[in-house]
Design a protein. Structure first.
Length: 359
């Protein structure tokens, strides 16, 4: 029988501090077993969650399995043990057979309009084919579907919605019939009302939220994943677009300038907020600690920002924290992250499925 002892403190919840736990055959228990145990000292938390991550592509497009493995290992070693992969062009189901890699919840491929997203990343369809593609991706994924809700329209020279309302209504209803939730990439304001009216479950980035759409999100229980470390790239995007698309460039700068106020207003209104990095593409993996810091800068209380990457995020995605009998996915730190969330960037040990994979 394999036994680990984490004498604690153990943060089973943001205000639930326990003296310690044991890991017996890969499961958490608070009842002391007989025999010797390997001891791991420090403050223990459930494994971190990256609620918007992309394993399987980078800035150049789809990657091979070896590169995807490196991405997953980087997340794991940073303490991220649960990933909601918000769209990937490659099939990463082989990760599920690897006990040493994070647990992954997939959304299939991004679904975009032709020439309205990153090249070679999305399943590109016209509106009349959206519902069929949503059903396909719902069956490929693990309970989520990812739409590209808006992108630059080069004719208009600015962000514009990608889908008509009727297409969204039919597609989201079809996803729900398949038992999948739907999320959407949304930078601007204009795409949000139709998505919300169609029954969207989550909004990624959400920089275009207004008072009206914040109220709609709060009233309907629609979550947001702000990906603030991704939004930090907006000024650079604006600079590169300035010459050809000045309206778009100004819009992106405006969205960036009010990013913190937008997130804080949504939080204050009762909108569920979760931490996601948008790793993949241009951003590196393993940056959840930085995203938690950004949520704090936006004005979320430290414990709320921490829970957005730990307890609340796990509950939202249907995974347990450190309850009796739960899988032993946990991260150990040298001090209390509720007092200084910067400590999240420096785990001393990572335990995945009951095995110490780091530390």
């Amino acid at each position: 029988m394999s036994v680990l002892r984490v004498p604690g403190p153990v943060l089973a919840g943001p205000d639930d501090v326990r003296d310690g736990l044991w890991v017996v055959d890969g499961r958490v228990t608070y009842a002391a077993p007989s025999g010797d145990a390997t001891v791991i000292d420090g403050w223990a938390l459930p494994g971190l969650v990256d609620a918007h991550c992309h394993i399987g592509f980078d800035a150049h497009g789809p990657v091979d399995a070896a590169t995807a493995e490196t991405q997953a290992v980087t997340d794991r070693d940073a303490g991220t043990l649960l990933v909601r992969d918000a769209g990937s062009p490659t099939d990463t189901h082989w990760i599920d057979d690897r006990a040493d890699l994070p647990r992954v919840i997939r959304a299939g491929k991004h679904i975009a309009r032709p020439r309205r997203y990153l090249r070679d990343v999305a399943a590109e369809v016209d509106p009349e084919d959206l519902t069929a593609q949503v059903v396909t991706e719902a069956r490929r994924g693990d309970g989520w579907v990812k739409l590209v809700g808006d992108w630059i329209d080069r004719t208009a020279g600015d962000l514009k919605p990608c889908w008509p309302r009727e297409a969204l209504q039919a597609a989201i209803a079809a996803a729900h019939a398949e038992g999948a939730r739907v999320t959407a990439h949304c930078f601007g304001e204009e795409c949000l009302p139709d998505l919300l009216d169609a029954g969207i479950d989550c909004v990624e980035h959400a920089t275009g939220l207004t008072d009206a759409t914040i109220a709609a999100c709060a009233g309907r229980g629609v979550a947001i994943v702000p990906t603030l470390i991704n939004i930090a790239t907006f000024p650079g995007i604006a600079d590169s677009a300035e010459a050809k698309f000045p309206t778009y460039a100004k819009h992106m700068r405006d969205l960036h300038a009010r990013r913190y106020a937008t997130v804080r207003n949504a939080y204050d209104a009762g909108v569920p907020v979760y931490a996601g990095t948008d790793a993949g593409g241009v951003l590196a993996h393993g940056l959840v600690a930085e995203e938690v810091a950004e949520l704090c800068r936006a004005g979320l209380p430290v414990r709320s920002a921490l829970s957005a990457a730990v307890w609340d995020a796990r509950a939202w995605l249907g995974h347990p924290s450190l309850s009796e009998g739960a899988p032993a996915d946990l991260v150990v730190y040298p001090s209390d992250p509720r007092e200084d969330p910067a400590v999240l960037a420096a785990p001393t040990a990572v335990v995945l499925r009951g095995t110490a994979v780091r530390g």
